[in-house]
Design a protein around this ligand. Structure first.
Ligand code: C2O
Length: 545
């Protein structure tokens, strides 16, 4: 196995998009940031040097970080942020993982521009469990704001209102032909007629689940979130923020130019970015356009309508493990977590800080607890040092009150309570979580991401989860394994995993509007009361708060 050394310099650089040049936070001057290419079993040593004017951390999304929460990265959870002018070295080893993952900043909205792909090839000599593609292309879907995204968030958190939606979606950092001043830089992927390519698609957008397709071409899905799937063929994929999807595509059409495109899948009754990003799949043998030297106009794919929940649900329902999965059977902890938005009443509804609906402030919660990130220390450091007063471990395993979660109920029932609560899991206990969407403000998609783990997605449905009848429909044979799963709008999704990774691990909605509103909680996984000796000791350069 190899050891890869990298320096990631986080710094502002001028980046031109949509006709204007912005000072943009990048890594090593690149946007999107560098791609990490490694093999299963390799070790990475990445020194993050913060030359930006914001606190920053880096997270390796989907990597297990076994017994090594110190390298996980969410600020105030596993580390204090790296302050401007400081650095921190992330050291970790890939253990039995292969496929497509990604890295991103885990501080406020820095990840809008601070992200990149992680490609984990199998151990030497191990082939993919599918036809070896001729070529591989990482496709990073993103979101772009005309304003500094950190300011967009700061304003929203001050006023209590929803932040502005993005001004463009991007493919590998470029909005594409359909946006102003963007045609020249549209990403073009040349292909040989007849060849098969592996697209490693990553949704690194901040806030938007996306539909993605390539005109006239079928996509064969072979993996999600760095776990292989039973291959199946589709015209379009739905991908939530945080997720990855690997597809094979064969250039078996008329030699021509074809758009790949992505636009929002949005079922909420709220404003969203309804624009479309494109890149071009160009057959090398494509003929020229009408005028000599002019390229042929690309053919456009058909994408589902923005609120086409049926297509999104049908796509996700097709995912299966290619082998008999190791799903935990006897459950030790059965958790029901409501996930959704809420509104906090203000004493003075006319205050500039209460610009949410009807003079309120937006919030979000799990089981009515709106997660507050501590500031005085990170959760892991406080835990390791035995520092009291940073968090409590009384996170409720089920909602404090029961009601018709997806019905039309009064928000008075569900005023989120702000706190930093963790839930304790005994090491190696078998856990089931049902995420139940709520409709207190509006139904929304909530892609839930668990740090430090992969889980099996064993079932989902619309309406309220029924503990009497729904478990009988669980797939315990070949469910897909993932690290991020969308809670269907107005529905529920069930996951299982074994708590085999000690430490403190964040669970949160990967929509970055919802995360700072509190749609998060954390698990504390430990051997016995107060024992943490199974976690590696913290690195000496771990930042202090
Ligand atoms: Cu992709 Cu908590 O992150």
């Amino acid at each position: 196995a190899a050891i890869h050394f990298h320096q990631f310099v986080i710094e502002a650089k001028p980046v031109k998009r949509l006709c204007r040049t912005h000072s943009t936070i990048t890594v090593n001057g690149q946007f999107p940031g560098p791609t990490l290419e490694v093999r299963d079993g390799d070790t990475l040593v990445i020194t993050a040097i913060n030359r930006a004017r914001y606190n920053a951390t880096l997270h390796w999304h989907g990597l297990r970080q076994l017994r090594n929460p110190w390298a996980d990265g969410p600020e105030y959870v596993t580390q204090c942020p790296i302050q401007p002018g400081r650095s921190y070295t992330y050291r970790f080893t890939i253990q039995n993982q292969e496929g497509t993952l990604w890295w991103h900043a885990h501080s406020r909205w820095l990840r809008a521009t601070v992200y990149g792909a992680i490609i984990i090839y199998p151990k030497m000599g191990r082939p993919y469990p599918f036809l070896m593609p001729k070529k591989e292309i990482p496709i990073l879907l993103g979101e772009w704001w005309d304003r500094n995204p950190m300011d967009v968030l700061r304003q929203a958190l001050f006023t209590g209102a929803a932040p502005n939606v993005s001004d463009a979606f991007t493919i590998n950092g470029q909005p594409g032909d359909l946006y102003r001043c963007s045609s020249k830089e549209t990403a073009v992927f040349p292909v040989e007629a007849g060849e098969t390519i592996l697209l490693r698609i990553i949704n690194s957008a901040l806030n938007q689940e996306l539909f993605y397709g390539v005109a006239n071409h079928k996509l064969t899905v072979v993996a999600v979130d760095a776990s292989y799937t039973k291959p199946f063929t589709t015209n379009v994929i739905m991908i939530a923020p945080g997720q990855t999807t690997d597809v094979l595509i064969t250039a078996d059409q008329q030699p021509a130019r074809y758009y790949m495109a992505a636009h929002a899948y949005n079922s909420a009754n709220a404003p969203f970015d309804n624009t479309t990003t494109t890149a071009i799949l160009e057959y090398k043998s494509a003929p020229c356009g009408a005028k000599k030297g002019q390229p042929l106009k690309p053919i456009f794919p058909q994408l589902p309508g923005f609120n086409d929940t049926a297509t999104a649900t049908a796509f996700t329902a097709q995912l299966r493990s290619p082998y008999k999965a190791e799903v935990p059977m006897k459950i030790d902890e059965s958790l029901l977590f409501t996930v959704g938005l809420g509104l906090i009443n203000c004493t003075n509804p006319n205050s500039p800080r209460c610009q949410g609906p009807n003079g309120t402030r937006f919030a979000a919660s799990i089981n009515n607890v709106s997660f507050v990130f501590p500031r005085r220390n990170s959760l892991m450091q406080a835990y390791y040092q035995g520092q009291p007063g940073i968090f409590t471990t009384d996170f409720p395993p089920v909602p404090p009150i029961q009601f018709d979660y997806t019905g039309n109920v009064s928000r008075g029932l569900w005023q989120p309570v702000k706190a930093t609560k963790l839930f304790k899991l005994r090491y190696r206990s078998k856990v089931q979580i049902v995420f139940q969407g709520t409709s207190i403000v509006t139904v929304e998609n909530h892609p839930m991401h668990l740090h430090g783990y992969e889980f099996y997605v064993i079932g989902s449905g619309f309406g309220n989860f029924n503990p009497g009848t729904d478990p009988a429909k669980f797939n315990l044979i070949d469910p897909p394994r993932r690290n991020t799963i969308g809670t269907p709008p107005g529905g529920w999704v069930a996951i299982r995993f074994e708590a085999d990774n000690p430490g403190i691990w964040l669970l949160h909605c990967h929509i970055d509007t919802h995360l700072p509103w509190g749609l998060a909680m954390a698990f504390l996984v430990e051997n016995g009361v107060g024992e943490l000796q199974t976690v590696q000791p913290p690195p000496l350069d771990l930042p202090q708060c």
